[in-house]
Design a protein around this ligand. Structure first.
Ligand code: BJW
Length: 230
């Protein structure tokens, strides 16, 4: 059994829970590519459009139909089987399906849709309702100051120091359901390789980073992940 495991997850792990991925053929949101709405420039230009993108996804996440699937559950079980806390899930996803499945050692490197961030103070608030450009911020009182607590293109992903430290000490790096298009996450496999970890990709199809992995298995996350970790 590996001692220290780092697991990177992407949109593909939540696909079978009913959440759309970004780069599938039906991945467009109202004809916008994610690269056109997930930027600070897009938010500055058209805050209503960008807020709506996140409002719709937040609303969807909170419907009873959206639940963690067998892949999320298998990762939570894996963590429970390592009581010393040496299983770390780093997710690019902004949904809360890992925590609902029971994962506790978890980093949301691209943020969390159920949180808002005050652009004046940097403070975070729990959000379960729609954000609008005229809504007063509960932290500073200014209108339109609250933005979704997510990481857009050109912004620094969260907790990078902790992630690189974990990659430097891991024996196994497992990448699940990510296309390998977006950095720095797409470069984690090299970092793990450099430190001597065994690296494996579990994805529906070969990702952009396929050749960097020592091992790969392709298929549905709900089948591959329980098979691999249990
Ligand atoms: C299944 C499945 C099933 C389907 N079972 N699998 C040129 C070169 C290199 C880098 C750059 C460059 N120009 C700019 C950059 C940097 C840029 C970047 O990477 N751009 C690329 C487009 C090239 N990156 C950034 O700007 C990042 N910040 C940064 O770099 O800061 C500087 C820095 C420097 C040094 C160190 C650290 C930082 C920030 C990136 C922020 C990304 N934000 C988003 C939006 C988040 C909020 C939101 O959700 O709206 O994050 S974009 C979007 O892409 C989202 C995702 O987390 C991310 C990755 O997508 P993911 O998860 O891989 O989804 P898909 O749809 O692409 O793939 C799904 C996969 O699942 C597919 O392969 C399917 O086959 C598979 N799948 N069903 C198993 N059932």
């Amino acid at each position: 059994m590996a001692e220290n495991i780092v697991i990177l997850t992407g949109a593909g792990i939540s696909a079978e829970s009913g959440i759309k991925t970004f780069r599938a053929s039906d991945g467009l949101w109202e004809n916008h590519r994610v690269e056109d709405v997930a930027t600070p420039e897009a938010f500055f230009r058209n805050p209503l459009l960008v807020q709506n993108f996140y409002n719709q996804r937040r609303d969807q996440l909170q419907t009873p139909a959206i639940q963690p699937n067998a892949a999320h559950q298998a990762l939570a079980k894996l963590e429970a089987a390592y009581p010393k806390g040496n299983v770390l899930v780093v997710t690019q996803n902004i949904d809360d399906l890992h925590e609902r499945a029971g994962s506790r050692q978890l980093i949301h490197m691209h943020g969390e849709i159920l949180k808002g961030r005050c652009q004046t103070s940097g403070g975070l608030v729990q959000i379960d309702h729609d954000l609008t450009p005229t809504l007063p911020c509960p932290l500073c009182g200014k209108q339109g100051c609250l933005r979704p607590h997510v990481v857009w293109f050109g912004e620094m992903p969260l907790q990078m120091e902790t992630i690189y430290r974990a990659l430097a000490h891991c024996d196994r790096f497992i990448s699940i359901g990510t296309s390998g298009n977006v950095y720095p996450a797409a470069g984690f496999v090299e970092e793990a390789n450099r430190h001597g970890a065994h690296t494996i990709e579990l994805n529906l199809e070969p990702s952009q980073r396929l050749t960097a992995f020592a091992e790969h298995r392709h298929g549905l996350a709900t089948e591959l992940v329980p098979d691999y970790v249990e």
